[in-house]
Design a binder for this molecule. Structure first.
Ligand code: XIL
Length: 699
């Protein structure tokens, strides 16, 4: 993980750039169009009625009782005493109180019992499904004392099946007695997502797939709609890591990863696999020797660790071989402060460089269709970048099957600069590797002492400028960059809320209510609806065209990005289905083409390839039920498709809609599907397509 010092140091330098970049800012926005919505409180526990209000002990020894000794408000609280284990404590059943997919704020006031001094408390939830329990922290370890009340607040979304669900408070260690009071459970009513703004994936359709790292909450309800609308790639933020997939040796759990992959399949999205090898989120057993003791550097332990690594990659990589198009095979292995540039993780101290060699070799065997990446943060920092370069060059020279370099791109509003990002990409081009942006986010903070509960307008403006500077570079190098992924979907849930310190952060393109932020508008190259001035033209020749109409200042949050007849074929701001109210371009004298087909080979290996196809209905009538036909020139044979069904007769391929995507809205509505096919020798793209018998335009 990035160290605070490295980030903070760069951030100070970056601050010098802030004033300059603010002058060049694209979106002169004053605020983000957040809709006013008040939280709805679904449960409170004040204990003022003298009862325990549904709270109960978790264990069998402790006493959970109403108390008049101290109170946060009023005269009463809930006291837990007589604890014999740190997990003992008060718990409240919430199974029928919470709605699956809704993110709730959990808040409670806590205080150590008189004489208990200082205690570390945390709040967690326990969910069970068919006999298996899971425990997740809602509020990390928090210091409370017997001299006053401390608030514990955090957010959690129940996204899994559950037949038991409860919140509880416990000590991190020890058995001290403590009080809680004024518990509340509330949520912000969901805002509908904006369906009338261009989707990111359509804006960048000619450049690279656009991804988001998600967990199960992001697959549901409005979040799921936002994910499907804007993104054509998905990464499991945690669900494919070692601790999630093989918590105990040989026992594999795929519930969450499977759910993410199923969502990707249903929505024709690519899947980035993250990650096989990391020094974090790896269970302790992996590094224990045959006697259950922490490994020391012996030949036997090296053999054991590499065998565990191989078994893990065979299982997880094999399971998702048909789904994952790119794997972060190893994550964060560089330490630029070591002369050899290699992080002194347990992986390294037990196996040297062999864990990296083994990981890539096994990954290639079990997931031959996936591109294999080495992924790291701060790859824009020259010292680290160059150590990474040397390692990749060495591995390639050895014949290790490494296809690409992943740049995490965790940054902030002033760092890294466009210039640093440019040399980051340029450095690796001579190695002939693919490059992907894998975990991008832009913190609104430049030091860990800052904290805002709502993001100040000037920070959002700076954030927009930072994202714009990076995307200008990505477009410039689109021939080298094969994917751009955000580390999260929207500001309602981000890992930066607890890293490097606990505070609310707002690092993504969509706000806490899933609405487009100034950063979104800057990234798509359009003026923000709240802008006080027009968008300035982009400095980059390959940047998207400015929208041909001026930004709407009406109450509607929708921008007036409309299809421009003069846009070049690479213009990627395309109308969303609901833009059908705008008439098609007129006056050109050319009859409208009823359909357009964009056929992309997104992945190709020695015997097969993945194709992704976007069909646009550019005619004035809705399509209800469709069949797309083409002819392969080089003997390719389709053997799988998703979001569609396929048939092939000789060289002639017919793809028909799935049950749920037969309708294509008039005047610019789109549907997409994907397929896998074999190829041999040559893999020319089809040159003609018909949709329900009508010839379609290409691209
Ligand atoms: C983060 C997740 O987002 C958090 O939920 C988790 O608690 C810690 O890990 N670099 C990486 C990612 O490669 O795997 C990390 O993800 C963020 C930093």
């Amino acid at each position: 993980m990035p160290t605070l010092s490295s980030r903070a140091g760069r951030a100070t330098l970056g601050l010098l750039m802030l004033t300059l970049s603010a002058l060049a800012v694209v979106v002169a926005s004053t605020s983000t169009p957040v809709r006013a919505a008040d939280p709805v409180t679904v449960l409170t526990s004040s204990f003022e009625d003298g009862t325990v209000q549904g709270w109960a002990r978790r264990g069998t020894a402790e006493l959970v009782e109403n108390s008049t000794a101290v109170a946060h408000a009023g005269t009463r609280s809930l006291l837990t005493s007589g604890r014999t284990a740190s997990w003992n404590g008060p718990s409240r059943d919430l199974l029928t109180t919470v709605t699956r997919g809704t993110r709730y704020t959990y808040s409670v006031w806590a205080r150590a019992a008189a004489g208990a001094g200082t205690v570390q408390l945390r709040m967690s939830v326990e969910r069970r499904w068919q006999g298996t329990a899971n425990y997740e922290q809602v509020v990390n370890s928090t210091t409370v004392t017997d001299g006053g009340w401390t608030q514990l607040t955090g957010g959690y979304t129940l996204a899994n099946d559950a037949d038991f669900f409860a919140v509880y408070v416990e000590t991190v260690s020890g058995t001290a007695s403590f009080h809680i009071d004024d518990f509340s459970l509330s949520y912000l009513p969901a805002s509908p997502i904006q369906t009338d703004i261009p989707s990111l994936k359509s804006v960048f359709a000619n450049d690279f797939p656009i991804g988001a790292a998600v967990g199960r909450p992001q697959l549901l309800a409005e979040r799921g709609q936002l994910l499907a609308k804007h993104f054509n790639s998905v990464t499991a933020g945690n669900a494919m890591k070692w601790d999630a997939t093989e918590p105990t040796e040989g026992v594999f759990t795929y519930t969450d990863a499977d759910a993410i992959v199923a969502f990707a399949r249903a929505n024709a999205m690519l899947v980035r696999g993250h990650t096989f090898v990391w020094h974090n989120q790896t269970p302790a057993w992996v590094f224990n020797d045959a006697n259950g003791q922490p490994m020391t550097a012996t030949a036997a332990n090296k053999t054991l660790l590499l065998a565990r690594l191989e078994a893990h990659i065979r299982a997880v990589g094999g399971r998702y071989a048909a789904d994952v198009s790119a794997w972060d095979v190893v994550n964060e292995v560089i330490d630029e402060n070591q002369s050899d540039g290699l992080r002194r993780s347990t992986w390294y101290t037990i196996t040297g460089l062999d864990y990296i060699r083994t990981a890539f070799r096994v990954a290639r065997q079990v997931a031959p269709n996936a591109k294999l990446f080495i992924n790291d943060y701060n790859t824009n920092v020259a010292a680290k970048r160059d150590k990474l370069y040397n390692l990749v060059a060495q591995l390639k020279a050895e014949g290790v099957p490494i296809d690409g370099v992943g740049h995490q791109q965790h940054g902030n509003i002033s760092w890294p600069t466009g210039a640093e990002t440019d040399s980051m990409i340029a450095t690796f081009i001579p190695l002939g590797v693919e490059q992907q942006i894998t975990e991008m986010d832009t913190s609104i903070y430049t030091s860990s002492s800052e904290s805002f509960t709502t993001p100040p307008a000037d920070r959002l403006t700076s954030q927009a400028a930072r994202y714009k500077a990076w995307f200008d570079v990505y477009r410039k190098y689109k021939a080298n960059i094969t994917s751009v992924t955000f580390w999260g979907l929207a500001d309602d849930e981000t890992w930066l809320d607890s890293y490097p310190v606990s505070r609310k952060d707002f690092p993504l393109l969509f706000d806490v209510q899933l609405q487009a932020k100034p950063a979104y508008w800057a990234v798509i190259g359009a003026a923000s609806p709240t802008a006080s001035g027009p968008a300035s033209p982009s400095a980059s020749a390959s940047a998207p065209p400015s929208p041909s109409a001026s930004p709407s200042r009406s109450a509607s949050p929708s921008p007036s990005v409309s299809p421009s007849p003069s846009a070049s074929p690479s213009a990627s701001v395309s109308p969303s289905p609901s833009a059908s109210a705008s008439p098609p371009p007129s006056g050109s004298g050319v009859p409208p083409v009823p359909c357009r087909v964009k056929y992309t080979v997104t992945n190709q290996w020695n015997t097969g390839f993945q194709g992704d196809v976007v069909i646009t209905n550019s005619g004035p009538a809705a399509v209800n039920g469709w069949a797309l036909r083409w002819t392969f020139a080089n003997g390719q044979v389709v053997n799988q498709s998703w979001s569609s069904t396929y048939a092939q007769s000789g060289a002639n391929v017919t793809i028909t809609n799935a049950a749920w995507n037969g309708a294509i809205v008039a005047n610019g509505g789109t549907v997409s599907f994907g397929f896998l096919s074999s190829w041999n020798g040559t893999n020319a793209k089809p040159t003609a397509f018909t949709l329900n018998g009508n010839t379609c335009a290409l691209g």
